[in-house]
Design a protein around this ligand. Structure first.
Ligand code: SF4
Length: 184
């Protein structure tokens, strides 16, 4: 049977979610028997292939214009899209920014921080503008599977991926499949 194509992308992420994919440990060997990992921070390829993938994973919240485009691109190219981790599912810790205006946040970070002298807010065409507020992935594009956790538990990640490999839509419910943290 042909392998399923899997692409992952991190948006406004601390890297913990992608590290948690590696927490499935030896099951990675089994996973790679069934999927081909295309673009991913793990492979350092930035864009999902134009011909599309079977499973797309987006982790992190959406907080700037580049991340909006990345989310739309993954949605357009993935048959099944997973919002992976609390930041992707509901915005998570990134939404603390939403208590302040963009200008307040930028000034605090680049001008007013106690460790900063003569700071200024950087501007460059390569720096993506912040969105007005931080959003979940589902605020920007339709999501097929919501996989919460900060980061998601390895057993839950494995459950979701193995169900999709088997051609079933995973059902995350109660404490049977919805586990949090490294110890479940
Ligand atoms: S959900 Fe937690 S582990 Fe994942 S990106 Fe957000 S803060 Fe990091």
């Amino acid at each position: 049977m042909a392998k399923l194509k899997l692409a992952t992308q991190w948006l406004e992420e601390c890297a913990g979610c992608h590290m948690s994919i590696l927490d499935i440990d030896e099951r990675i060997v089994e996973l790679l028997k069934h999927v081909e990992l295309t673009s991913s921070p793990l492979t350092d390829l930035k864009h999902p292939p134009e011909e599309g993938v079977d499973i797309g994973i987006l982790s992190g919240a959406v907080g700037n214009e580049e991340e909006v485009q990345d989310a739309r691109e993954m949605r357009a190219r993935a048959k099944t899209l997973i919002a992976f981790g609390d930041c992707a599912v509901f915005g998570g810790v990134c939404t603390l920014r939403n208590f302040f205006t963009k200008d307040e946040v930028l000034r605090r970070a680049y001008v007013e921080a106690e460790s900063t002298m003569d700071g200024h807010v950087p501007e460059h065409e390569d720096l993506s503008p912040l969105t007005e507020r931080v959003m979940s992935v589902g605020d920007v594009v339709p999501v097929d599977v919501y996989l919460p956790g900060c980061p998601p538990n390895a057993d839950t990640i494995w459950y979701v991926l193995s169900e999709l490999i088997a051609g079933r839509m995973p059902k995350l419910e109660g404490d049977k499949t919805l586990k949090y943290g490294l110890d479940g």
